[in-house]
Design a protein around this ligand. Sequence first.
Ligand code: TYM
Length: 334
Amino acid sequence: MYKDKKVVFSGVQPSGVLTIGNYLGAIRSFADFSETYHCYYCVVDEHAITVRQVPADLRRRTYETLALYIACGLDPEKNTLFVQSHVSAHAELGWILDCYTMFGELSRMTQFKDKSAKNADNINAGLFTYPTLMAADILLYQSELVPVGVDQKQHLELTRDIALRFNQIYGDTFVVPDAYIPKETAKIMSLADPEKKMSKSDENENATVRILDPKDVIIRKFKRAVTDSGSEVRYAEDKPGVSNLISIYSAFTGKTVGEVEREFAGKGYGDFKLAVGEACADALAPVQAEFARLTADKAYLEDVMRKGSEAAAHDAARTMSKVRRKFGFTDLRR
Ligand code: TYM
């Protein structure tokens, strides 16, 4: 409990143009917490550099990710919106938590295994210790709830283990957080390979629908989406392509899976794919318009960043001071 409200924290890496996976799995739900929780939503640029980035692109995407947060309904007056590298406590606590996290635990992280397979020429130490920095993000603010897609579940479990371990050694220091994973959209799959997660770093452009794709591109991508043999629009384990499209359509229209199946009974995949594309494009249109307006106003975005990082740094300092005291660092800041 903090400032009389429970705390929500989440973050998105500015490592690519965000996809509807990021939107439906995470960002779309962020605004739901703004009234009842104290919310911190962070652009996690320090996480992004575990993979090589082009500096100018990273900088631009950092602004864009912040703009997307706001365009997706996050009011900077009601949420603390900030950039991770502007608050040095993240890296500081990340190092400390490294010393309370076991090599074996980090070795078991599936995201580390996947990313090292994809970046075989750059398996750096940061890629390995990525989850402890993520734990620091969350624990710094005494967060209770962390809205994420299912791919982050293992990192959240590790965060809980680290918090419990620390609390056991030094007494209550951190709130032990829970993941909040939306049921129907926890894992939006690639349109090119429905056995794989839709990922913003996928090199195959047809695999992902980006939040900022224009309507004609969105429709074309859905038309090309890999579906299964047969022609029936039905949600089933042996129909991963169609099931993924049903989840997306249902998320954008608010219709249940049963309603979607009935709507397209007797119709082919062609009609269905077009409808999914249209529903997606229509739902994203207001976000895109707001994004265009916001990115034209860099001064405003910088103002949001500045205020957000000041508020976040102030709150993070409270936890840092507690942590430093607990395990015996000298502290001249009192
Ligand atoms: P990132 O930047 O990869 O993704 C941002 C959010 O989008 C979710 N997501 C998906 N959800 C459903 N279907 C998909 N295909 C899909 N792809 C991505 C992710 O689960 C995530 O919630 N490590 C995090 C960033 C992070 C963070 C944190 C999150 C750093 N520190 C602290 C929460 C709390 C990441 O790489 O997300």
